[in-house]
Design a protein around this ligand. Sequence first.
Ligand code: NZQ
Ligand code: ZN
Length: 411
Amino acid sequence: MNDFTFHLPTRFVFGRGVTDRVGAELAAGGYRHALLVYGQGSVVRTGTLARVTATLDAEGIARTELSGVRPNPEVGLVREGVELARSCGADLVLAVGGGSVIDTAKAIALGVPYEGDVWDLFSGAAKPVAEGKLPVACVLTIPAAGSESSASAVISNDELSLKRGLSSELHRPVIAFMDPELTYTLPAYQTAAGVTDMIAHIMERYFSGAGPVPVTDNIACGIIRSLIEEAPRALADPEDYDARANIMWAGTLAHNDIAGLGRNTNPGGRAGGWESHGLEHELSAHHTQITHGAGLAVVFPAWMRYVWRSAPERFLSFGRDVFGIEPVDAEADDVDVTPEEAVADAVAATIDELQDFFVSMGMPRTLGELGVTEKDVPALLGTLEKNKGAVFGELRRLTMDDARAIYESCL
Ligand code: NZQ
Ligand code: ZN
């Protein structure tokens, strides 16, 4: 097990009806003016926004609203939010929504004390500073990205066709309201994409370059097994509270680092090489209609098929712990396969089973289903190299030729 540093400052308020406690909790924290950020209307239609604002009014907490955050959020609205937060004197950014809204709130919060263009923080031209940064609170409406307690935010820049993640401990929200009943209204596709994203967050860490860490590996595989059980329940009955609640909490555990501790290859950093996320972010940067989890449903299995020979034991333990798949024992089972073939078959069966699970939830199997064709690949590779460098990855180092082969394998 490798050394690590872990600090989770987020206070979680979880359960039925916690949406009605937002104002009281924020007032107890001493907050007086919220920049209230939300998306393209779901929170208006579902009544969630009205519930939240009623609790703010009841506590005399002022608010300034910024709406219209789109999925795969864009830096233009972040710039607007930074100006608004400064001019209204907000002492908190309150996100009501999912990863896109929370990431926008996080970027605004870090942008407030920075005098230059907030994109500099994402391009790497400037480093975020703690002094003057606004705290972030969130009311989570879709379990998926894990942004409610993660140390990252992902923002797109349409002009540059770039989507950039910024990892910083400063990002972690101070308080997350998690009311599973808010997720009853989610379209099935968003539920499925969210579950796929969670599983991907765990697998990025599981398939880091580190050796086995049993305590963390068991947490990781246990969460994935639970998701495989709970997701079909939520899809069959969107108002199954326990399924929704388990999925919601799983999304948080998947990405707040608990499922990767000790698997990080540098002590201060996050576990894993995040290869599949790197490959997916190019898809949703160039094709902004692509839902992040749906892109991952295609590229993650493709990456696994491409790299598994670099760490067969790791893939075997994943197959065993998640799906109960064991390689055939040629002698005991009296079948005619070499040990190498038995391992390859078990790994292939594991990846097939994982991909079939994604597809069974309604996720795509190919890039073609997402509207991406062979002619799009050069543009993806162009920005991938800008974002990740000419060689990237941890379990296996990948060149741009490798990345091309992975994209082409799932067209
Ligand atoms: O915009 P509205 O109208 O609110 O609709 C949203 C949106 O269309 C809708 N929705 C949300 N809650 C709903 C609902 N519809 C009905 N009922 C509800 N209760 O769902 C759609 C998707 O929302 P979005 O916030 O985009 O989803 P998600 O949470 O999956 O976030 C995706 C973004 O997060 C980034 C992704 O790249 C993508 O940009 N990620 C952020 C991470 C982080 N900060 O740690 C890590 C992830 O790996 C990921 O990259
Ligand atoms: Zn993700």
